[in-house]
Design a protein around this ligand. Structure first.
Ligand code: SF4
Length: 80
């Protein structure tokens, strides 16, 4: 199952710990906030991505799985 990295920019403090831990997938913008790809995390990098998500001190980083996206889309489509 594919997973993508997502950042909650309200929670993130932009100190860049995640980019240091997972430079293959996370870069920093000019202000130090993470830039993550919208592409699925390659399976060989999933263990590192999970570890990086767990290490985020503000719980601002998460892995979004395809089933979560599908569920969110279905809920959104039911709104009036
Ligand atoms: S580790 Fe978490 S709080 Fe720090 S920059 Fe990355 S997402 Fe933001």
């Amino acid at each position: 199952m594919s997973a993508r990295l997502r950042v909650d920019f309200i929670a993130c403090d932009g100190r860049g710990l995640c980019a240091e831990a997972l430079p293959e997938l996370i870069a920093l913008d000019d202000w130090g906030f993470p830039l993550v790809s919208d592409r699925p995390v390659p399976s060989r990098l999933l263990p590192g991505a999970r570890e990086t998500v767990s290490a985020c001190p503000l719980l601002a980083l998460r892995l979004e799985h395809a089933r979560d996206r599908d569920l969110r889309a279905r809920i959104r489509d039911r709104r009036p």
